[in-house]
Design a protein around this ligand. Structure first.
Ligand SMILES: [Zn+2]
Length: 208
């Protein structure tokens, strides 16, 4: 597993005082694999303990888990992320990244390419435009604007709240957000065990 900064692409240096990013100072590391694999995902779930890891579930045919990670220092986990890739009829190749995080962690914003660590202020005034079904409960999601930020990245960002934490979804290309007009299913796979044996892992990791 690689120890990276949850807020940027830097790797972290370990010292007696903790893990340090040269831009963001001391942060809890984002632990992610060199390449996604079933064994690595087992390590990820053990490190995350009871923190949820949300995966599109059941994973549609031809879709793969391309990356995952957990933010955890010496204390309990603060965030998890999973990236899946597949294809849909209107969009062709599609990538969906799911982040669950405690407020102030910054991983969702880094994956989304937005400036604010938490989506709260941005989504409070608007209406939800997307929805997922999480362990059979509908979860409304609000659009997070990316227009002021990196225009070169073709993506949609939506965010909401699940289990008292921020839930972010980043979809590429941007038009793939129409996947989320119905009841797109997500599940917490942290206790799923043997069912995950059937999940394909690997392929190119996301470009964030
Ligand atoms: Zn950093």
């Amino acid at each position: 597993m690689i120890a990276g900064c949850p807020r940027c692409a830097n790797r972290l240096d370990e010292s007696a005082d903790g893990w340090r990013c040269e831009h963001h100072g001391y942060v809890p590391p984002l632990w992610s694999p060199d390449a996604a694999s079933y064994d690595g995902f087992g390590d990820h779930l053990r490190r995350a303990e009871d923190f949820p890891t949300y995966l599109p579930w059941p994973l549609a045919g031809g879709w793969r888990v391309t990356d995952f990670g957990v933010v955890r220092g010496n204390a309990r986990a603060r965030a998890t992320m999973v990236s899946v890739a597949g294809s849909t009829e209107p969009d062709g190749p599609v990538e969906v990244l799911v982040v669950s995080e405690e407020p102030g962690t910054g991983l969702g914003a880094r994956c989304a390419g937005t400036v604010h660590s938490d989506p709260g202020a941005e989504i409070i005034a608007s209406r939800p435009t997307a929805r997922v079904r999480l362990d059979s409960q509908p979860v409304p999601l609000w659009p997070v604007s990316t227009a002021e930020h990196d225009l070169s990245l073709d993506r949609s960002v939506v965010a909401g709240e699940a289990g008292g934490r921020w839930l972010w979804l980043v979809l590429r290309p941007a038009s793939a957000v129409f996947l989320l007009t119905g009841d797109w299913p997500l599940a917490d796979v942290s206790g799923m065990g043997a069912h995950l044996l059937d999940v394909p892992f690997g392929g190119p990791p996301p470009g964030w």
